[in-house]
Write a protein that binds this ligand. Structure first.
Ligand code: ZN
Length: 297
């Protein structure tokens, strides 16, 4: 696992380019304070050689982003106020996902055993535009980017003009809005807002790592964004052969590939595609021909 310095910021790459469950974390050093952003599983083996850390900043409350928080028990942990319930208790954390039955029970165990989930009732909330001034002109500003979770934030780091995107990861998988606390249309508004920003560097938690070429960034962002209408049109095509209910839609798979062995695939498919379904019905492109069964065309 390598590190990369960009001015006051060091990107601590996770294994395999930060592929889940790993991720890429940031260490931002000012003259007064050092902050770590989204300490991942990859921070654990690095702990002994890290400098003193004064604050933990989390882009949102998901297991892989808080997996290294427990290494810093004596410093403040900061999350957007909308995601605070997730870090305050395991029940709050599970509420973000909304999984029920055996999937929920297995998930609770994995959170603790694999991701070292540690509740922190006194974690602190921040809002869009709040700035962490680390000294010497080094600042981290929160940019609220909801959709993935309610409180998901990007961080704008000065003076490098580096925008850390968290789980807006510009991957070929596309945007993830499959949890109880995710919102498809918030995600679309977030992507539209990101198109207006002009940082010098972009960093993501997974896969892409750091991008500094504006043309490459634009292409990746548009390919990422295009997954949303692509899923929606595939749903319309499926429902032309309907009517189908949400269970059949979830089993058909639009977000994950049929061969992906993901234990939570069905609730994520149902939550993701349920949001597409609702707006297709509202737009008159899909009809509910009998209770709970939908037909397109
Ligand atoms: Zn996430």
């Amino acid at each position: 696992m390598e590190d990369r310095d960009i001015g006051c910021t060091t990107v601590l790459f996770g294994e395999r380019g930060g592929k889940y469950p790993q991720g890429n974390s940031l260490l931002v050093r000012g003259t007064d304070e050092t902050a770590i952003v989204d300490p991942s599983l990859g921070v654990i083996p690095r702990r002994a050689r890290l400098p003193r850390v004064d604050r933990v900043l989390n882009s949102h409350c998901h297991e892989d982003h808080v997996a290294g928080n427990h290494l810093f028990p004596d410093v403040p942990w900061h999350l957007h106020e909308a995601d605070l319930p997730g870090i305050r208790s395991i029940e709050g954390f599970l509420g973000i996902f909304g999984y029920e039955g055996p999937v929920g029970t297995d998930w609770a165990r994995a959170l603790v055993e694999q991701f070292h989930f540690t509740p922190r009732p006194d974690a602190l909330g921040f809002r869009d535009g709040d700035v962490f001034d680390l000294g010497g002109g080094v600042r981290v500003r929160a940019v609220h980017t909801p959709g993935h979770t309610r409180g998901h934030c990007a961080f704008w780091v000065e003076p490098e003009e580096l925008l850390y995107l968290g789980d807006i990861d510009l991957s070929s998988f596309g945007p993830y809005y499959g949890d109880a606390w995710s919102d498809l249309e918030d995600f679309e508004r977030t992507i539209a807002m990101l198109r207006t920003l002009r940082p010098r560097h972009w960093a993501t938690f997974h896969h892409v790592g750091v991008l500094s070429d504006p043309a490459e960034l634009r292409e990746r962002l548009e390919r990422f964004a295009a997954k949303i209408p692509e899923r929606e049109e595939r749903l319309v095509a499926f429902l032309r052969g309907g009517p189908h209910d949400l269970v059949a839609i979830a089993r058909h798979r639009f977000v994950y590939r049929p061969e992906d062995e993901v234990p939570w695939a069905e609730p994520v498919e149902a939550r993701s595609m349920g949001q597409h379904l609702a707006r297709l019905v509202a737009a008159g492109r899909v009809r509910e021909v009998e209770p709970g069964r939908f037909l397109a065309g």
